[in-house]
Design a protein around this ligand. Structure first.
Ligand code: ZN
Length: 115
């Protein structure tokens, strides 16, 4: 399952981020999910709740921010309107996906115990 491998990579990333803060609890995990990332949010959530067990993010809340796809011209970097032919209005160049093509960890909310 695609979502499971993404969650597994996400948990690894969180473990590494938390490692320098011994005793810190991860409260909220904020991720950005692009509309063209090919990830089903509900499956992702279920995978997260299953795979986080015993990891740094065990017990954390998952917050998913959906990111719309954004296209830009490969040649001149002008923004390209959605729904058009995905060609640049300025120079006719081909489109590239600038945003919304993947899933990434945006930030973590940590609770660090008093020293
Ligand atoms: Zn262009």
């Amino acid at each position: 399952m695609h979502e499971a491998s993404l969650v597994s990579a996400l948990c690894d990333q969180i473990d590494r981020a938390v490692a320098p803060h011994p005793g810190a609890l991860v409260r909220v995990v904020h991720v950005r999910l692009g509309e063209l990332a090919g990830v089903e949010p509900e499956l992702f959530r279920v995978a997260f709740e299953t795979l986080r067990e015993g990891r740094a993010c065990d017990g954390a809340t998952l917050s998913i921010v959906h990111e719309l796809a954004e296209w830009r011209c490969r040649a001149c970097d002008a923004a390209i309107t959605r729904g058009a032919a995905l060609r640049c209005n300025a120079c006719g160049g081909a489109a590239r996906l600038a945003r919304g093509g993947d899933l990434f960890l945006d930030r973590l909310e940590l609770e660090v115990p008093d020293v």
